[in-house]
Design a protein around this ligand. Structure first.
Ligand code: ADP
Length: 492
């Protein structure tokens, strides 16, 4: 906008008076100038005032130019009387031309200014609504609102206050209170009958109240703020409801598991121990061995269940990821298969891992657990004598590890949900014991490694579990085998 127009009204009128006075002084110094030229030069000043200072000051300039012209340049000089009737016509024509020209130029200028101001305001309001709808943090929204309102209305201070426990509390501010006495204008942030807070601006000056258009703009901003506050409240409520539902599901799952999954092995152990302690029965050595084996198996099972529960709560608590080091996935797979071989006896295992696979940065124990959980599921959910294949390879900058089986596969639509906590798939062939935690733990661990894990149903039948691990530098070169071997020794 024209910088002269941003001056106060009094300053602008002062400028128009000064410009006519200055022109008169200059013209007095040029006595040889013809009257028609003097009139033209006055007109020029009037037009310049109209286009630069505004309509009102230009009209004043027209009047002053008329008086100046009459007083200094139309005989008899230095009086406002006019001797020649021709001069009267000239003077009146000059006044009419000055007023018409200045009003035309001034109005055109005012309209251009108004259009430019509206465009700028619209852009600012649009920017505000964009920011408000993109932002979710209430305080950030209110901060932007305070800044934009102060800028848009050109007021020294804008404060946003919200009701908090019945008390109006300042939440965002732009500008500091002026030292001189000031007047504040409040616009209520209202939704229906409820008042959420107040949008408070300080007037530019005590005697310069906000215009009707400015009040309308304040109302417009207030309605946007209310929408944003409502959206933030609904988002908060929805997330609380989700958290509550999740906690309820977790509690239900935990209680269900504790009451069923943990009690089943305990019942078997208790029954076997009671039988063994029964002196009235003479157990032969093979029956005694069977009972002891059952106790051993169920104790292992119990150990795995409790281990899973502990691991899950560790992941849930956001525990620090344990230290990672470069490891050889081929060795890790061989170790896990080796350790589980008695339980995997009913499933021929094929391992397809290239010898030159690069080392990968992982926490050995955790990735061991992921593979163990996937193979546990093969044991639990696939029929005896069906094969299992473990493959690994490099795909761009990730290591991809896959466990493929020939079991019932994953029912359509559940390939993502089976990674949720306590999610178990119902079905006649799926009565195997478990708490629905194995895959959730795998996901938690792989997430910690910045990898991805997912399941697919193979077209030929069976499930395929794939997880990826990022290959950090050095990408080439295998892990020191001796270190991995040492770890294996340690684990034993
Ligand atoms: P759990 O085994 O304790 O039930 P998981 O999280 O390991 O929990 O598995 C979730 C569900 O995914 C299981 O209940 C099972 O129905 C299904 N599932 C997991 N692995 C397989 C698999 N290899 N084949 C078929 N279904 C599987």
């Amino acid at each position: 906008m024209n910088p002269l127009r941003s001056r106060s009204l009094a300053q602008r009128y002062g400028m128009s008076v000064a410009s006519v006075a200055l022109t008169t002084l200059v013209l007095i110094q040029l006595p040889s100038l013809h009257q028609a030229n003097i009139a033209l030069l006055y007109l020029l000043v009037v037009l310049i005032s109209a286009t630069t200072i505004g309509l009102g000051p230009a009209l004043l300039a027209s009047l002053l130019a008329f008086l100046g012209f009459n007083f200094f340049f139309v005989p008899p000089l230095h009086t406002f009387t006019v001797a020649d009737s021709q001069d009267v016509v000239r003077l009146l024509t000059f006044l009419a031309v000055a007023i018409i020209a200045s009003s035309l130029a001034g109005r055109a200028r005012d309209q251009a200014d108004t259009a430019q101001r509206s465009a700028t305001e619209l852009a600012t309001l649009y920017g505000l609504s964009q920011t408000i709808s993109a932002e979710v943090a209430t305080d950030r929204i209110l901060h932007v609102v305070a800044q934009t309102t102060a800028h848009l209305l050109d007021v020294p201070v804008c404060v946003v206050l919200l009701y908090d426990d019945g008390r109006l509390t300042e939440r965002a501010r732009s500008g500091d209170p002026p030292p001189a006495p000031s007047r504040q204008v409040d616009t209520f942030l209202r939704i229906g009958p409820r008042v959420l807070g107040v949008l408070r601006v300080t007037q530019r000056a005590l005697d310069e109240p906000l215009t009707k258009a400015e009040h309308e703009r304040l109302e417009m901003i207030a309605s946007q703020v209310v929408l944003a506050l409502e959206r933030a409240r609904l988002t908060e409520e929805a997330s609380q409801a989700r958290t509550l539902a999740e906690a309820e599901r977790m509690k239900g799952g935990l209680l269900g598991s504790v009451s069923h999954d943990l009690r089943t092995p305990l019942a078997v152990i208790k029954g076997a121990v009671t039988d063994l302690l029964d002196d009235s029965v003479a157990w032969d050595s093979s029956a005694r061995r069977d009972l002891l084996n059952a106790i051993n198996d169920e104790a292992d099972h119990l150990n795995r269940l409790v281990g899973n529960l502990l691991e899950m709560s560790r992941i849930e608590a956001g525990a620090q990821p344990p230290a990672q080091s470069l490891q050889d996935i081929g060795e890790l797979v061989a170790n896990v298969v080796n350790r589980m071989s008695p339980r995997l006896a009913a499933h021929p295992v094929t391992i397809d891992i290239p010898a030159d696979l690069p080392a990968v940065q992982i926490n050995y124990t955790q990735i061991d657990q992921v593979l163990t959980n996937l193979l546990e599921n093969v044991i639990k959910y696939t029929p005896a004598d069906t094969p299992v294949m473990i493959a690994a390879g490099v795909e761009r900058d990730t290591m991809r590890i896959e466990v493929r089986d020939q079991g019932p596969g994953i029912p359509a639509g559940l390939s993502t949900r089976i990674f949720e906590k306590f999610m178990r798939v119902a079905g006649p062939e799926r009565h195997a014991d478990g708490m629905g935690l194995g895959l959730a733990i795998c996901k938690g661990i792989i997430d910690m490694h910045q990898g991805r894990i997912w399941a697919e149903h193979q077209p030929t039948g069976g499930a395929r579990f794939i997880f990826t691990l990022p290959l950090h530098a050095p990408v080439h070169g295998s892990a020191p085998r001796s270190a991995a071997r040492q770890l294996r020794e340690d684990r034993r």
